[in-house]
Design a protein around this ligand. Structure first.
Ligand SMILES: [Zn+2]
Length: 124
């Protein structure tokens, strides 16, 4: 059996925001070494600032998503987690969860959240 591990969407976005901060800091750090080439330093600093600002936006976005997420108790680890969309994974044990009874027991597929899939499914 393949051991595919699914990450909860909120956790995924959080990791993305955190890596953006680090990327921004690394770019600014590199910019310090390019002090002698002023235009390069300026560009690197600007990119760094944009990365950090972007991560702030992503954090705000997570905050808004969290209010829309449905809190559920994970059936496998009994811990409270939040779900986004029809299928998502538990934040703690990565157990695939579904809101849709029709999808229960089916293999976890990120495609269930895509609009096109839903449309195709409804037409059948
Ligand atoms: Zn769990």
């Amino acid at each position: 059996m393949s051991q595919l591990v699914y990450k909860s969407k909120i956790n995924k976005i959080r990791t993305f925001a955190l890596s953006l901060i680090f990327i921004g800091m690394i770019i600014m750090y590199v910019g310090m070494f390019a002090r002698k080439i002023q235009w390069l330093m300026l560009i690197l600093f600007l990119i760094g600032v944009v990365c950090i600002l972007l991560s702030c936006v992503v954090y705000l976005w997570i905050g808004m998503l969290s209010t829309k997420a449905v809190p559920v108790i994970c059936p496998s680890c009994q811990k409270p987690t939040k779900m986004l969309g029809r299928v998502d994974a538990c934040m703690h044990c990565k157990e695939p969860l579904t809101m849709d009874k029709a999808l229960e027991g089916k293999e976890f597929d990120e495609n269930y959240n895509k609009r096109r899939y839903r449309k195709n499914h409804a037409e059948k």
